[in-house]
Write a protein that binds this ligand. Structure first.
Ligand SMILES: [Zn+2]
Length: 326
C-alpha cells in the first residue's frame, strides 16, 4: 500500500498538470459514484498531499481527493490506449490524461465541494512535528508504539513499512506500550520517522512486488527504497547493525519486522521465582508478564504474536486477541 513517500513522490510527479483544465472525466467503475459532470472544465490549481491522500484543488469546484488504498495508482499519459483496471480517466485540455488504475477497486475518489477537511493527525514532515509533539502523542496512548505510529488520526501518512523501519532506526521494540517511552526514546523514534521518510522520498518511494498491484510513480518509473529497507520484508535476513536474523511477528493482523536483538527492550525481561515469575523491569506490565509466564517463554524472548492453542490464561485473566486482560 502506498504510504507517505510514495504519495508524496506521485504528487510531485503530478505538478506538471498544474494550470490544465479537466476536459472530461470518464468513470469506468460505478463503485466510484463520482459526479463526472461536476469535474468538466474544472481548473487544476494545486496538487497536494495530506497524509496518504492526493488532493487536487479545482478552484470553486472544491477538492478532488484520491486515496489509493491497497492497489491504486495514478498514471499520467498521452496515450488513449486502454489500460487494464482503469477506473477513472481525467482527460486534460493539454492532451494528457490522468488514469486512476486500481485492480482491487478499493481506492477512493471523491469530490469535496466544500474542500477536504479530514480528521487526520500531524504531518510528520511538517514543522509542527517535533520530538516534543511526538512525546506528547506517545504519552497519551497505551497502544503498542507501532500501532500508534500507524494511527492516521494521530500521525498521518505512516503505514506498515515505515513504522517498522522507523522503530528499527530508533532501536525501539514495536510492541512497547507507547506511554512507556521516555522523552529520549520518543526523540529517537521522531528521528527515525523523519529520517526514513526523507530517505524514502529521495529514492522515490518503495516499490514492492512485481505484479499489476504495485505502486508506481506517475511516470511509471517506480521507487527504489525497497533496496534500502533494513527490516521490512527481510525475515530471517541478518540485521544490518548486529547480524541477528530479522524477526517477523503479527501485530493487529499485520506483519511487523524487527531485530530481536537491537530492538529488544527490558519490557520483556522476566525472572522466575519460587511463586511464579517476577518482572525485573518495573516498566513491564502485568499483561506482558502474564503472557510470558503462560507461554513458557524464556526471559528476553519475544511475546508470541498470537496465542498458541495450548496456552491457558492465569486465573482471573482472559485471552483477548494478542494479549491478556484481567
Ligand atoms: Zn540488530
Amino acid at each position: 500500500m502506498p504510504e507517505l513517500p510514495e504519495v508524496e513522490t506521485l504528487v510531485r510527479g503530478l505538478q506538471s498538470i498544474l494550470g490544465a483544465r479537466i476536459r472530461e472525466a470518464q468513470t469506468l467503475d460505478d463503485r466510484l459514484s463520482l459526479p463526472a459532470d461536476a469535474l468538466r472544465d474544472a481548473p487544476i490549481e494545486a496538487v497536494t498531499r495530506r497524509g496518504k491522500y492526493i488532493v487536487i484543488r479545482l478552484g470553486d469546484r472544491g477538492d478532488f481527493v484520491i486515496h489509493l488504498r491497497m492497489s491504486g495508482r495514478l498514471r499520467l499519459d498521452r496515450s488513449l490506449a486502454e489500460i487494464p483496471y482503469t477506473r477513472l480517466i481525467l482527460r486534460l485540455d493539454t492532451g494528457q490524461s490522468v488514469y486512476f488504475i486500481d485492480p482491487r477497486r478499493l481506492g477512493t475518489a471523491l469530490l469535496c465541494p466544500q474542500g477536504f477537511s479530514p480528521k487526520l493527525g500531524m504531518e510528520p514532515l511538517s514543522d509542527a512535528f517535533t520530538p516534543q509533539s511526538l512525546a506528547a502523542i506517545t504519552k497519551a496512548s497505551r497502544a503498542p508504539i507501532k500501532q500508534l505510529l500507524m494511527d492516521q488520526s494521530k500521525i498521518a501518512g505512516i503505514g506498515n513499512i515505515y513504522a517498522s523501519e522507523s522503530l528499527w532506526r530508533a532501536k525501539i521494540d514495536p510492541r512497547r506500550r507507547a506511554n512507556s517511552l521516555s522523552a529520549e526514546e520518543a526523540a529517537a523514534v521522531h528521528e527515525g520517522i523523519v529520517g526514513v521518510l526523507a530517505d524514502a522520498i529521495s529514492q522515490l518511494g518503495t516499490t514492492l512486488g512485481n505484479g499489476i498491484s504495485d505502486y508506481r510513480r506517475s511516470a511509471e518509473a517506480g521507487g527504489s527504497f525497497q533496496n534500502h529497507l533494513a527490516v521490512y520484508g527481510r525475515e530471517n535476513e541478518p540485521c544490518e547493525r548486529c547480524a541477528t536474523p530479522v524477526l517477523r511477528i503479527l501485530q493487529g493482523g499485520r506483519s511487523t519486522y524487527l531485530c530481536p536483538s537491537c530492538q529488544k527492550t527490558e519490557t520483556y525481561r522476566v525472572r522466575r521465582t519460587t511463586d511464579g515469575v517476577e518482572r525485573d523491569n518495573p516498566r513491564a506490565s502485568s499483561i506482558e508478564r502474564a503472557s510470558l509466564v503462560r507461554c513458557g517463554r524464556k526471559a528476553g524472548s519475544p511475546v508470541p504474536a498470537a496465542w498458541p492453542s495450548d496456552c491457558i490464561p492465569p486465573r482471573g485473566w482472559e485471552k483477548t486477541g494478542h494479549s491478556l486482560r484481567k
